[in-house]
Ligand binder design. Structure first.
Ligand code: E4P
Length: 218
């Protein structure tokens, strides 16, 4: 399972990278705005900074919603760095654009996916990644993890190569459950990854080991 961090915060990206288990980054316009990154030049410079920190794929989302503009914007983003993955919304023109990018060898991440049917369409269009938003489904009392399982089943039936990128991950149990189901990638906050470290018996055990060492090595 690949671990992506879902943020545009450079300090958090660096911290995750230093942990040694980071495979990539996802961003979206809201995450960029949260960091105060506005204006085309600043946004482009920020994507480059992220690519310099991490080794893996960096999703950069288009703002355009019509086919011609998605192609123009997506090609500009893809030209920035070979790690850039063009993030395209799950709309009709988006699907057409994903097919175009796929034919041209440009990596894509189909975002805002909330149903198995949408995920099937994204795979048919040749998306590199499909991003089902599990946290936002949970927010409206719908089982986000069940969607991951449905997509896994469908993709395995037909050997689709599109990777299931479990998005809108909110906490560590989401990560573990997505891994059990077989999501290819998860993207979430740093806390969802660091939560995997934690167990009280680890802390108690370490404290005891160190105390015993100190007793014999005064
Ligand atoms: C990732 O690609 C999505 O943009 C992100 O996971 C959305 O997460 P949220 O629902 O926590 O905003």
């Amino acid at each position: 399972m690949k671990f992506f961090i879902d943020t545009a915060n450079l300090d958090q990206i660096k911290e995750a990278q230093e942990l040694g288990v980071l495979d990539g980054v996802t961003t979206n316009p809201s995450l960029m705005a949260k960091e105060g990154i506005t204006g085309k030049e600043n946004i482009i410079a920020h994507y480059k900074k992220i690519c310099d920190i991490v080794d893996g794929d960096v999703s950069a989302e288009v703002i355009a919603t019509n086919y011609d503009d998605i192609i123009k914007e997506g090609e500009e983003l893809a030209a920035l760095h070979n790690q850039i993955v063009v993030k395209v919304p799950m709309i009709k023109d988006g699907i057409k654009a994903i097919k175009y990018f796929s034919d041209k060898g440009i990596k894509t991440n189909c975002t805002l996916v909330f149903s198995a049917g949408q995920a099937l369409l994204a795979a048919k269009a040749g998306a590199t990644y499909v991003s089902p938003f599990i946290g936002r489904l949970d927010d409206i009392s719908t089982d986000g993890l069940n969607l991951i399982a449905e997509i896994r089943h469908i993709y395995d039936n037909y050997h689709f190569e599109t990777e299931i990128l479990a998005a809108s991950v909110r906490h560590t149990m989401h990560v573990i459950d997505c891994a059990k189901i077989g999501a290819d990638v998860m993207t979430g906050p740093l806390s969802s990854i660091e939560g995997l470290l934690k167990h009280p018996l680890t802390d108690i055990g370490l404290e005891k080991f160190l105390a015993d060492y100190r007793k014999g090595n005064k």
